[in-house]
Design a protein around this ligand. Structure first.
Ligand code: TEU
Length: 534
C-alpha cells in the first residue's frame, strides 16, 4: 500500500456479529478461532477492516452490549490469547481490527456497578446516575428507556433510582465523574496496546446527561421514547471535549480509527461529531433507513449527508447492521438478487467508507422466528409488536452442509432455511453471483481513485426509476447508472458526456444493454452499470 493509502478511508469495513460468524469449538456459538479461520475469505473479498460486535464478558442482557469486564474476552468467544492470535493473523493479511466500545452503560454485573449499588457511601456510587425519588416516591424525571418504560429503576436497599437508557441491566455511567472518563480512556489504551486498530463507539452521544436532570419536553410520536424531544438525556456540550481527548489518545498511535454510532438523530447530528479533532467518522442511518425502493430517497439521503458534513470530514455508508432488517429483506421478497446488486453498486461507489454487514455480500435474508425462539430481550418484551433483532443475526451461510457449515452443533439461532441455495461456496462457483459482484465492486474501488475520492455529481434529479451520477477526479471520470426499474431504461447524455467515449467497467446484468445510441445509455431491467470515460 502507498503511504497515501489509509485503510479506514480508502478501504471497505466488514462488520462481524461474532456469535453468528463461524463456530470452531462445536458449541453452536461463533467464536474468535472461527473468525480467524475465515480471514482468508475476508481478505479475498477485499475488505480492509473488520469490526467485531462486542466480545467482552457479558451476561448477555443485550447480547454483549452489556459489558461486565472491558479488558477480557468472553469465554464463549475464546481468550485474550485467541484474540491476540486473531489480530496477528489479520495483520498478516493486511486486515485491521475494530473493537466495539460501549461507553454509555455497563452491565449491571460489572464490578463498578456492584460496588455502586452496594451503598451510597461506596466510592463507586457516583460512577452511575443515582437520584432520590420525587417527594411522591416516583421516578426522578420523565426520561425513558428505549427498550420500554421509564428509564429509572428503584433500588430499595439504597433508597434511590438509577438511570438506564437501554435495559435495566445496562445502567448508564456518570460521565461527569472524572474517574469514569479516565477509566474508559484506560480501557481504550489497553486495547490499543494490544494492537487493535480502531473502535466503533456504541451510542456515544448519549454519554453525558443534563446536569440538572431536566424533564424532556413532549412531542408527537409512536412509542414513549419517541414521544419526547431528547434534549436533556443526550448530546450535551461536554461530549465534544471528551471526543477531542479520545482523538488525541488515538492519534498517539499510527493509523488508528474511531467511528461513532450516532444515537437518535439524522445527518445534521452525526456531522457534529466527526472531523480532524473529533471522530474519524460517524454513522448516518438515513441512507439505511430509506424504507422504499425509490432512487429519489437514496439520492436525497446521499446529498443531505454530504451537505451536513464539513469539507474535511469523511462520510460513512451503511445499508445493514445488527439492529435493522437486512436490506435483502427490505427490498426483495423472493430469492432474486437483481435489486441487491443495484444496492451494492450504490453503496460501494460512494465517496466515503462503506460498511458491509456479514452475509450482505451473499444476500442473506432475515429469518422467521416463533415466539419461543426469540433471544433478543427487546423482542421478548415487545412481542408481537416488535419481534426484536434476532431475524438479522442468524448464522453465516458458508455452504450447503448441515447448519450451513457454521457449526456441526445446533446453532444459537436458527440458520435461514434457504441456505442450501444461498451460501458462500455456491456463490463462489457462480461468476454471476451477488458475492462476485461485491468482490468486483471492491476491486474497482481499489483500482480507480475516482471511486474513492472523486467528486459526486448527480446526473439525475428527482429520479423516479434511474439514479445516475459521476465520480470524478482531475484524471478520471466514472459514470454509475442504476436502474431501479425491472424494465429497460435509458439515460440521456448531453454535452461533454455525449462526446466522450465510454467503456463498461462492470455491469450486473447478463443481458446488458449498456450501450450508447443517439445520446442515450440503454440499461436492461434492474441493471447496475459502471462506465469509465476513455
Ligand atoms: O444501538 C443503539 C440503537 O439505536 C438501538 O438500540 C436501536 O434503537 C434499537 O436496535 C432499535 O431496535 C446500539 C447497539 O447497536 C445495539 O445493538 C444495542 O442494543 C444498544 O446500542 C445498546 O448498547
Amino acid at each position: 500500500m502507498t503511504a497515501s493509502h489509509l485503510w479506514w478511508r480508502d478501504g471497505v469495513i466488514y462488520q462481524i456479529y461474532p456469535r453468528s460468524f463461524m463456530d470452531s469449538n462445536q458449541d453452536g456459538f461463533g467464536d474468535l478461532a472461527g473468525i480467524t479461520s475465515r480471514l482468508d475469505y475476508l481478505a479475498d473479498l477485499g475488505v480492509e477492516g473488520i469490526w467485531l460486535s462486542p466480545i467482552y464478558p457479558s451476561p448477555d442482557a443485550d447480547h454483549g452490549y452489556d459489558i461486565s469486564d472491558y479488558r477480557a474476552i468472553d469465554a464463549r468467544y475464546g481468550s485474550l490469547e485467541a484474540f491476540d492470535h486473531l489480530v496477528e493473523e489479520a495483520h498478516c493479511r493486511g486486515l485491521k481490527i475494530i473493537m466495539d466500545m460501549v461507553m454509555n452503560h455497563t452491565s449491571d454485573q460489572h464490578a463498578w456497578f456492584t460496588a455502586s449499588r452496594s451503598s451510597r457511601d461506596n466510592p463507586y456510587h457516583d460512577w452511575y446516575l443515582w437520584r432520590a425519588p420525587r417527594p411522591n416516591g416516583k421516578a426522578p424525571n420523565n426520561w425513558q428507556s428505549i427498550f420500554g418504560g421509564s428509564g429509572w429503576k428503584f433500588e430499595p436497599a439504597i433508597g434511590e433510582y438509577y438511570f438506564h437508557m437501554f435495559s435495566e441491566h445496562q445502567p448508564d455511567l456518570n460521565w461527569r465523574n472524572p474517574q469514569v472518563r479516565q477509566s474508559m480512556l484506560d480501557n481504550y489504551r489497553f486495547w490499543l496496546e494490544r494492537g487493535v486498530d480502531g473502535f466503533r463507539l456504541d451510542v456515544f452521544n448519549a454519554c453525558f446527561k443534563d446536569v440538572n436532570f431536566t424533564n424532556n419536553p413532549p412531542k408527537i410520536g409512536l412509542f414513549p421514547f419517541d414521544m419526547q424531544k431528547h434534549i436533556f438525556d443526550m448530546d450535551q456540550p461536554e461530549l465534544l471535549p471528551f471526543l477531542t481527548e479520545l482523538r488525541s489518545l488515538l492519534d498517539a498511535y499510527p493509523e488508528r480509527y474511531a467511528v461513532g454510532e450516532t444515537f437518535w438523530g439524522g445527518p445534521g447530528k452525526a456531522a457534529l461529531y466527526s472531523g480532524p479533532q473529533l471522530l474519524h467518522g460517524t454513522f448516518d442511518f438515513d441512507f439505511m433507513a430509506s424504507p422504499w425502493w425509490r432512487p429519489g430517497k437514496f439520492l436525497r439521503a446521499i446529498q443531505q449527508w454530504q451537505h451536513a458534513l464539513a469539507p474535511e470530514a469523511w462520510p460513512t455508508w451503511v445499508l445493514n447492521n445488527h439492529d435493522t432488517a437486512r436490506s435483502a429483506s427490505r427490498y426483495t421478497r423472493s430469492e432474486e438478487d437483481a435489486r441487491l446488486k443495484v444496492m451494492a453498486a450504490l453503496l460501494l461507489t460512494q465517496r466515503g467508507t462503506p460498511f458491509v454487514y456479514y452475509g450482505e455480500e451473499i444476500g442473506m435474508r432475515d429469518i422467521r422466528l416463533k415466539r419461543h425462539q426469540i433471544k433478543d430481550p427487546a423482542g421478548k418484551r415487545f412481542w408481537p409488536f416488535y419481534k426484536g433483532r434476532d431475524a438479522y443475526r442468524s448464522p453465516m451461510q458458508w455452504d450447503d452442509t448441515a447448519n450451513a457449515g457454521f457449526s456441526p452443533a445446533e446453532p444459537w439461532l436458527p440458520v435461514n432455511p434457504d441456505y442450501p441455495i444461498r451460501n458462500v461456496a455456491g456463490q463462489k462457483c457462480d461468476l454471476n453471483s451477488l458475492y462476485y459482484f461485491y468482490r468486483s465492486l471492491i476491486q474497482l474501488r481499489k483500482k480507480y481513485a475516482a471511486l474513492r475520492e472523486g467528486m459526486f455529481l448527480p446526473l439525475t434529479y428527482e429520479p423516479r426509476t434511474l439514479l445516475a451520477f459521476l465520480r470524478q477526479t482531475n484524471e478520471q471520470t466514472i459514470l454509475v447508472a442504476l436502474n431501479f426499474s425491472r424494465r429497460p431504461n435509458r439515460l440521456a447524455l448531453g454535452g461533454d458526456l455525449l462526446r466522450a467515449s465510454w467503456k463498461v467497467l462492470l455491469t450486473s446484468s447478463q443481458n446488458t444493454q449498456a450501450e450508447i445510441h443517439n445520446g442515450l445509455l440503454h440499461l436492461a431491467g434492474s441493471e447496475a452499470c459502471i462506465l469509465i470515460q476513455q
